[in-house]
Each structure stands twice: as C-alpha cells, then as structure tokens.
Design a binder for this molecule. Structure first.
Ligand code: DX5
Ligand code: ZN
Length: 209
C-alpha cells in the first residue's frame, strides 16, 4: 500500500484548517511538514508553533521534514509539538547516531533524508536503526521543481538493502513520476503542488495511490 504525504508547503497558509480538511477528506493518511531555516537551505518556511497548532485539529500522521542545520538541538521541541516521524538530513551538522537516539528517546519514528548529490551508500550504515528513508528528487528548499529521475536508482538500491523500510520520495511527484517511484520500490509519496494545486484533491491523491 502506498502512503500519500501531501506537503503543506504548497497549501494556502491563510486557511490551513480548510486545507487540512481537504486532504483528509481526499484520503491522505500523512501530512508532510517542511521546516526550513534559511541556512541549511536558502529558504525559510514555518516552524514549531505552526505544527503545534495543527496538531490540535488533525489526526493525520505528522511527517516532519527538517531542512535545518542542527536538528539535534530541536528534537524535543518537535516531539512536544506533536511530530510522529522526524526526518533530518544526513548532510546537516548533527551527529547522525546521536540524532537517531534522541528522536527515539522522544518517542518518534526516525527518518533520514539525502539530497540528490549524496551517494545512497552513505545511509547504508543507519538503515537498521531508522524507520524511514526520504530520498530527495529535487534540491531541497522549494516546492514546484522538476523531478530528477536519477533518484530512481537510489530507491532501487535502498529497497534491495531494506525490504521493510519506509522509503519516501520528495520533489516533483505527480501521477507519472509517482508511478515510476512506486515501481522502483518507494511506498511513501510526498506531493506538494500536485495535491494542493489540484481542483479535485481526492482524484489527485487517488492517482498517486
Ligand atoms: C522541498 C520540499 C518538498 C516540497 C515538494 O524542499 O522538501 O516537500 O514541498 O513540493 P512539490 O511536490 O511541489 O515538488
Ligand atoms: Zn519535504
């Protein structure tokens, strides 16, 4: 079964309650929350208070994608805000082992993400310690970019190494690129503009599944 994780980055921030209702009624199980600090990536999005407010109105699985420089410093705060899965970048400055331990200690599932330029082999040592691997199919920082097909080989290699791991893809996902990712072995599809930009949200989500 494929999980769909609509990325809030593409929602209308003036009415987040209605946006969440739209994707929940449309059949999404997860909500992807992109946190950017303007340092790890050249953009700033939203942070802990927004996630905390949304937690009080939503039962979706909160799939938080940290694009920040020192994720270890903020693990407890994201747990308190209501994150279910906390994904950090292998390229960020925190020690991966320590960050994995702290996320588990705080009761969340652990995800690691890699940028398009990072060889997939670099995450192999951590695969048996984490619950999710997020493969970036665009350079992190902005929604609405074009899918990079090079990520498909990474997904295949990961699926072979870790048959039971949640493998997620993020960036430029639509019905066509999503199908290619599923075929390669991904079971979680993150989609921002494709889902929130659709007139018929349920149809967009169904087309990804
Ligand atoms: C990019 C973010 C993505 C982004 C995806 O840095 O991690 O989650 O919102 O947006 P689309 O689906 O529009 O490429
Ligand atoms: Zn993301």
């Amino acid at each position: 079964m494929t999980m769909i994780s609509p990325s809030l980055l593409a929602a209308n921030f003036a009415c987040l309650d209605r946006e969440l209702e739209r994707i929940t009624r449309g059949g999404a199980q997860w909500l992807h929350l992109d946190v950017m600090d303007g340092i790890f990536v050249p953009n700033i999005s939203f942070g802990i208070p927004v996630i905390q407010s949304l937690r009080s109105i939503s039962a979706l699985t909160f799939d938080v994608h940290l694009m920040i420089q020192e994720p270890l410093r903020y693990v407890q705060a994201f747990a308190d805000a209501g994150a279910d899965i906390l994904t950090f970048h292998l390229e960020s400055s925190s020690d991966p082992e320590a960050t994995i331990r702290e996320i588990h200690r705080c009761g969340m599932k652990v995800g690691i993400s890699i940028k398009p330029g990072t060889p997939v082999e670099e995450v192999f040592p951590y695969l048996n310690q984490i619950e999710l691997l997020l493969v970036m199919s665009v350079e992190p920082g902005f929604g609405g970019q074009k899918f990079m097909p090079e990520c498909l080989d990474k997904i295949r290699a990961l699926r072979e190494k870790a048959p039971k791991l949640d493998i997620s893809v993020d960036g430029g996902i639509n019905a066509q690129t999503g199908a290619a990712c599923r075929e390669a072995g991904a079971n979680v599809l993150v989609a921002g503009s494709y889902v929130f930009g659709a007139q018929d949200t349920a149809a967009a989500i169904a087309s990804l599944q």
